[in-house]
Structure formats: structure tokens, C-alpha cells
Write a protein of this length. Structure first.
Length: 240
């Protein structure tokens, strides 16, 4: 008589989805910090009439349905779109249904969750420390890196946590732009959907439970950062 051995709950497909999700979230968060920092700094300091429309454009992914944003990204990146045609002319192929396309879509979709905490942090720094550094003959870059960034540290921490978490939880735009290709575009949220479609509720429970635990840890980290809600948008409206 032989004992029945239960198959492992996580197979190659599950581990591949976890790895791909972490890679996507890490790369997207890094790019968001690089792109979002100058945008947030400009929004925090400028008095230009362009501040309102630029801020609205950055915040647009918060209110746009993922299907709408995903559709226009597909059109933009597709073979007949501006970016798609430019990439084809360079012999680089197109971005839809590729990992690089997922990264681009994730950067657009998660941009406000990085820009808004940084903008609020930069506004909280005020003019005093910057002017004091200027009197000591510190240059603009020196003032930014040695004064502004340390004082805005909690804002950078909040932006990093929010950008990473929001990318991990993406579903609609990921499915539209990347599809459900194993080892290439199938991230955790899409895998959960696939497991439910396949009626494999055991794996879906474990994966979904992990996402719930991850979300709780993110909220706990936000609380421990001591921001007290200061990562909200400058106009006081909650962003989530």
C-alpha cells in the first residue's frame, strides 16, 4: 500500500508569476522615482498656469477605467500607433504583449501614486532650508540632493511603497496590454484570474490570501512611516 502524496501547491507556473510580478514592480518603481521626482518638484515649485493641466494629466490614471487607459496604450504602442511605427522603423518590434510593454503601461498607470506623495513632501520642505543653503553658496543641484531629498525622505518612502504596491495589484491594464502569456506577461493578478477560471480554488485562495497579506503589510508600512495622511494630494482629496 502506497501513500498518496499531494502535489505541491506552487508549481513552476506560480513561481514564474511571482518572479515576474516582483521584477515588474521593482523596475516600474525605479523608473517611476526617476521620472516622477522632477515632475513632482516642478509641480511643487512652479507658479505657471500649466501646473493645473499637468497635475490633472498626471492624476488622470486614478479616475480613468483601466480598460480605457489600456485601450489607448494599445493603440499608441500598436503597429499602427505612433510609438509602434517608430519602433518598427528602428527594427525593435512592438510593445503590446511583451514585458517591456507591461513596464511602460505600469509606469503610466502608477505615475500619480508616486508623483503626489513626492509633490506633497516637496511642498512640506518649504523655502527656508533651501534659502539657507543658498546663502552658504550651495548650487541648485547641491541644494536639492543635500537638503531637499533628506527632508523629503518620508515622501520618497511613501512613494516607493505606493508605487510598488500599486504595480503588484494591477489587473485590468496588465491583462489588456500584456495578455496572459506564461513566463512573459502572466503576473500574479492575472494568474489568480486564470486559476478561478480553471476552478482551481485552492491555488486561487493561497494566491489571493497572499495578496491580502501583502496589502495589509503595505498599509501598515504606510502607517509606520508616520505620515499621518500627508501623502494625500495637495488639494486634500484622498488618492487611492
Amino acid at each position: 500500500m502506497t501513500d498518496d502524496v499531494a502535489p505541491p501547491l506552487f508549481g513552476a507556473a506560480e513561481w514564474a508569476a511571482i518572479r515576474l510580478t516582483l521584477e515588474l514592480a521593482s523596475l516600474t518603481t525605479l523608473l517611476l522615482l526617476v521620472i516622477g521626482t522632477p515632475i513632482a518638484w516642478w509641480l511643487a515649485r512652479t507658479r505657471s498656469w500649466l501646473k493645473a493641466p499637468v497635475g490633472a494629466a498626471v492624476s488622470l490614471p486614478i479616475v480613468l477605467p483601466p480598460t480605457v487607459l489600456g485601450f489607448y496604450l494599445l493603440v499608441f504602442m500598436g503597429p499602427n500607433g505612433p510609438l509602434g511605427q517608430a519602433m518598427k522603423s528602428l527594427g525593435l518590434g512592438t510593445l503590446p504583449f511583451t514585458f517591456h510593454g507591461l513596464v511602460m503601461a505600469s509606469v503610466v498607470y502608477s505615475l500619480p501614486f508616486v508623483v503626489q506623495p513626492l509633490q506633497a513632501a516637496f511642498q512640506g520642505v518649504g523655502d527656508g532650508p533651501i534659502e539657507a543653503a543658498a546663502t552658504l553658496r550651495a548650487g541648485p543641484l547641491d541644494r536639492f540632493f543635500s537638503v531637499v531629498i533628506p527632508l523629503a525622505g518620508p515622501g520618497f518612502a511613501a512613494a516607493t511603497v505606493l508605487g510598488f504596491a500599486h504595480t503588484v495589484g494591477e489587473f485590468g491594464i496588465v491583462l489588456m496590454v500584456g495578455g496572459n502569456i506564461p513566463d512573459k506577461t502572466r503576473v500574479l493578478s492575472v494568474l489568480i484570474y486564470s486559476e478561478v477560471e480553471a476552478l482551481d480554488y485552492a491555488k486561487a485562495h493561497v494566491l489571493a490570501g497572499g495578496m491580502v497579506a501583502f496589502s495589509f503589510i503595505v498599509l501598515l508600512a504606510m502607517s509606520l512611516l508616520g505620515r499621518g495622511g500627508n501623502w494625500l494630494a495637495p488639494n486634500g482629496a484622498a488618492r487611492g
